[in-house]
Design a protein around this ligand. Structure first.
Ligand SMILES: [Zn+2]
Length: 73
C-alpha cells in the first residue's frame, strides 16, 4: 500500500519536472513572439478563444513546426 503511494508521488514529481522544463522552453520561445490571437504556425493559423489571450501555438506540434520553419528561413 505504502509502495503504491510512493510510486504515485515519484510519478507526480516527474510530471512536475517535465511541466517546468516545458514552461522554461516556452518562456524562451515566447520572449520575442507576439500573440496574435491565432496560432503563429503559418500552416495552421488556428484562431484561439478570447480567453486564450497570450497563447502562441495550439500545441507543441505547431510550435515545433514553427521553429523548424524559422530555422529554415
Ligand atoms: Zn496550430
Amino acid at each position: 500500500m505504502a509502495d503504491d503511494i510512493d510510486r504515485a508521488q515519484e510519478r507526480d514529481a516527474a510530471n512536475l519536472a517535465d511541466a517546468l522544463a516545458a514552461q522554461r522552453t516556452r518562456a524562451k520561445t515566447a520572449a520575442h513572439l507576439v500573440a496574435t490571437g491565432e496560432c503563429l504556425n503559418p500552416h495552421c493559423c488556428e484562431p484561439f478563444a478570447a480567453n486564450d489571450e497570450g497563447r502562441l501555438f495550439c500545441g507543441p506540434g505547431c510550435e515545433q513546426d514553427y521553429q523548424r520553419l524559422k530555422r529554415a528561413a
